[in-house]
Design a protein around this ligand. Structure first.
Ligand SMILES: Nc1ncnc2c1ncn2[C@@H]1O[C@H](COP(=O)(O)OP(=O)(O)OP(=O)(O)O)[C@@H](O)[C@H]1O
Length: 251
């Protein structure tokens, strides 16, 4: 399998502690890949490595390659701002900026040099439509984003990520702070977005992985234990540890 992201012999340490152990994985384009595993097994660390968010952690050491578009993202020639434009991220807790709905979405494009009002209007509308929240906010674009419900805020954050035209969306437990209805909206949205984007999502919710992902990667103690098609993995796990985890024997 040739992926949009190709991870080769990735090892990561925080100080003396090895948190990712020789990870090899190919993430296919325009699909949803779920990362599952018990707390502390390295899922978020792995996710954040893909757009170099871990660079910001003091004492981090990374070995191995993460290739995106045929280039190792750790190559000194790589522009990290450009990389993060192409590989956007949505966090566990919705984190709108304390500004208007419009300005939240226009923020990224503005920092990338877009100043033209008509162009920004267009991006804001397209992004909010892409994140399935346009109809709910189109009459209050100048109002604070902080006045939205949690589920709306999370879709706003997805719209904000879409506004800079990424290729990949990293989602770190994007529904864990949301009620079931908001959760199902985000799940529907993710399934829609994969037509145009590659999505990698950390989830603690097995049913969510089964409902929305094409492939699943099971992490345990920093190791990638098993990776493959979600349906097959859940129906017929190859590794006893995967079976124990997905059947709820630990975690
Ligand atoms: N900034 C950091 N500095 C030091 N250690 C860290 C840091 N971030 C995470 N760790 C440690 O690295 C290990 C992996 O953490 P990580 O957050 O990647 O796991 P996770 O599988 O995403 O967990 P969870 O499901 O609870 O979010 C844990 O032991 C954690 O304590």
């Amino acid at each position: 399998m040739n992926g949009i992201i190709s991870v080769k012999n990735l090892n990561l340490w925080y100080g003396q502690t090895k948190v990712l152990k020789d990870i090899n994985i190919e993430i296919p384009e325009k699909s949803i890949t779920a990362l599952i595993g018990p707390s502390g097994c390295g899922k978020s660390t792995f996710l954040k490595t893909i757009n170099r968010m871990n660079d910001l952690v003091p004492g981090v050491r990374i070995e191995g390659n993460v290739e995106y578009g045929g280039q190792n993202i750790f190559d000194p020639a790589v522009n990290v701002n450009e990389l993060r434009k192409e590989i956007g991220m949505v966090f566990q807790k919705p984190n709108p900026f304390p500004m208007s709905i419009y300005d939240n979405i226009a923020y990224g494009p503005r920092t990338h040099g877009i100043k033209n009002k008509a162009k920004l209007d267009d991006i804001v509308e397209k992004s909010l439509k892409g994140a399935a929240i346009w109809d709910e906010v189109k009459d209050r674009l100048k109002k604070s984003a902080l006045g939205l419900s949690g589920g709306q805020q999370q879709r706003l954050c997805i719209a904000r990520a879409l506004a800079v035209e990424p290729k990949i969306l990293l989602m770190d437990e994007p529904t864990s702070a949301l009620d079931p209805i908001s959760t199902s909206k985000i799940e529907e949205l993710a399934s829609e977005l994969k037509k145009c984007y590659t999505i990698i999502i950390v989830t603690h919710n097995m049913q969510q992985a089964v409902r929305i992902s094409d492939n699943t990667a099971f992490f345990l103690l920093g190791e990638l234990v098993e990776y493959g098609e979600t349906e097959k993995m859940f129906a017929n796990p190859k590794d006893k540890r995967t079976e124990d985890y997905i059947t709820g024997r630990f975690g």
